[in-house]
Ligand binder design. Structure first.
Ligand code: MN
Length: 421
């Protein structure tokens, strides 16, 4: 698909620092507030946020059929509900207005552009539903090797369907929101009975989540061909996990309190349109999938991912480098499988990939794998060791794409671990 706003030659009259996540080729959507303004929609450009409500009120979006007040809201849901085509049109218009040879918006820049230091980013969508998949073969293999049987690490269903579970939407928070170490039941290996205490094995999970922009009716389904038209964009996602609680609770129905105490997302929704140039072929799928899961074209995306741990008084250390392209099951297959039984989707639903581990130990997407369940501690740059997360550690996930001199990124997905309450 040819999208003008993605042209690598485009330059903006707004200064974009080198290595910024937000050049004119990105233009992700988010919700922000300042001390002067109520929550409203914005687009990131360089070190600024472009105020969409201002653009709308001053006629810069005329002709696009945007309903009154659509950007003057706490969430982007109503905008997303207009569909991907409308989102594409707004992104195209914003791109035109920001181009170096377009003067129209320049005289309004003081009012329309807010420096990022002056904004607080909020949760971009009201999230009706959250699903977490388990779609990285390397992650599933590592976990299966550790907890079951190295020879049969993948369960028999794994290569036939994208395994997933329904998570908790209410506890998803935006980057910068601290979380308390959760408490729960665990059963120490040598104990007869479980104990109740703060988790001793708090972990992160490196994930990417897609957000849907359509409402379907119960009983209908989405095909792999249609799937991406229902996906507005992507955010980085930290699916915090308490491994000791998980080990005790997860059989037979899967994750519950080990996961639902919190998940953190990056604040900017990077559109699938902006990611178009970064499509790549995914891993070969064998055995062949059932016909309803077959697809055409490149459905994976080359997004370099990084996880850093920053102790209370120290520098951040990179502990993992992975890539979204490693996903065995792609988003089109995930959404198709999710709805094949007639399950309806809603605007703002969050669908996380599952932990994204790559082939090498440095590319594993959780401490569980990086330290092999605590057996091989990591060393941070301040000389300290980590088996799992300590109180006051901040976990930062970053992600970016890079091609033809264009680098687009997601902004940080960061969260600090506070002591248990
Ligand atoms: Mn997960």
């Amino acid at each position: 698909m040819e999208i003008k706003a993605n042209d690598s030659r485009l330059k903006s009259w707004v200064a974009v620092p080198p290595h910024s996540d937000f050049p004119i080729q990105n233009l992700p959507f988010g919700i922000f507030t300042t001390t002067q303004t109520k929550p409203r929609a914005g687009v990131a450009i360089g070190g600024h946020v472009l105020d969409l409500a201002y653009l709308h009120e001053h006629g810069f979006l005329d002709g696009l059929g945007m309903p009154a007040g659509i950007f003057n809201q706490k969430y982007l849901n109503d905008f997303l509900a207009l569909g991907r085509k409308k989102g594409r049109e707004v992104r195209e218009r914003v791109s035109e207005l920001l181009r170096h040879d377009n003067d129209k918006l320049k005289s309004h820049q003081v009012a329309a552009l807010v420096p990022m230091e002056k904004v607080q980013m909020l949760l971009p969508v009201r999230i009706p539903n959250y699903t977490d998949f388990y779609s990285s073969e390397e992650h599933a293999t590592n976990v299966g090797t550790m907890f079951r049987d190295p020879k049969n690490a993948l369960l028999p269903n794994w290569k036939h369907l994208p395994v997933g579970y329904h998570g908790r939407a209410s506890s998803i928070v935006v980057s910068g929101t601290p979380l308390h170490r959760p408490k729960g039941q665990t059963k120490p290996a040598d104990a007869e009975f479980p104990v109740f205490s703060p988790t001793q094995k708090l972990d992160f999970e490196l994930e990417v989540a897609f957000i849907t922009c359509a409402e379907t009716t119960l009983g209908s389904h989405i095909t792999t061909k249609e799937a991406e038209e229902n996906i507005f964009g992507l955010v980085l996602f930290n699916d915090w996990s308490a491994r000791d609680i998980q080990t005790w609770e997860y059989v037979p129905l899967g994750p519950f309190l080990a996961k639902n105490f919190g998940s953190t997302i990056s604040p900017w929704i990077v559109t699938l349109d902006a990611l178009e140039p970064f499509r790549v072929k995914g891993p070969e799928q064998f055995p062949h999938v059932l016909p309803y899961l077959s697809f055409e074209g490149n459905r994976n995306f080359d997004i370099a991912l990084e996880v850093l741990i920053q102790p209370e008084k120290g520098e951040a250390t990179t502990v993992s480098r992975s890539n979204f392209k490693y996903m065995y099951w792609n988003m089109a297959q995930q959404l198709t499988h999710h709805t094949v039984n007639g399950c309806n989707i809603q605007v703002g639903d969050m669908y996380a990939s599952g932990t994204i581990s790559g082939p090498s130990p440095g590319s594993y997407g959780s401490l569980l794998e990086l330290t092999w369940n605590g057996q091989r501690p990591l060393h941070l740059s301040d000389g300290s060791e980590r088996k799992f997360l300590l109180d006051n550690d901040t976990v930062i996930i970053k992600g970016h794409c890079d091609k033809d001199g264009v680098r687009i990124g997601f902004g940080a997905c960061a969260g600090k671990v506070l002591p248990a309450l």
